[in-house]
Ligand binder design. Sequence first.
Ligand code: UDP
Length: 242
Amino acid sequence: MTAEGGSLKYKRLLVKLSGEALMGKAGYGLDTSVVDRLATELAEARAAGCALSVVVGGGNIFRGLQGAAKGMDRATADYMGMLATVMNALALQSALEAAKAPARVLSAIPMPTVCEPYVRHRALYHIERERIVIFAAGTGNPFFTTDTAATLRAIEMGCDAVAKATQVDGVYSSDPKKDPNATRFDTLTYSEVLARDLRVMDGAAIALARDNHLPVIVFSIDGPGNLINVVRGSARATVIHD
Ligand code: UDP
């Protein structure tokens, strides 16, 4: 086993990938060429010595709130959303293994014929053996999001930070795609994010990060090499901290 980290700024990192990050321009579902590219980025960061784990979302397939808006029972719709994240996790595992990066899917909803159940010590065991751990099924509870799952797992895994992959290079004062006067922040405090309602992550996720002093890095996954730059501490990104 190689030493974890070396000169990297973030030696143990959890990356949050939204479901939308996996769908490319398709508008729904998975774009395998996009999943392959993301897997290459993750494999590169792992090869550089960063102990990586990943939480994947499910918004490219199903969101609980969408189902609830159409009259479904919210909790049931949320379980469907969590199942969607398992499909994404399996796709990412397949792409990682093809990129020669050993990966394990651990699901918060046990489904033993598909993947391992989430057991904290098991996840830590895989990470210590240089496997990329993909956490599926969010927190396993309805009424939560995968952002909260990402923050929770990052704390449980003893990560140095949680890195949220988005399509923009950080947090802006307003939506940079709509507002030409939007300004970008290099750093923010948790309280600023909550007080300004900046919608980086949902409030529960930011509050959990704040209470546990877990830095949140918001970066763009669109540019090749961006993740390795995050790990080295040289990425154009917003860092949220105390
Ligand atoms: N979800 C849930 N509990 C969790 C995580 C996720 O109920 O702990 C459900 C929820 O319905 C959510 C869906 O799974 O809409 C997909 O997750 P999310 O919306 O966070 O995915 P993303 O936006 O990151 O693609």
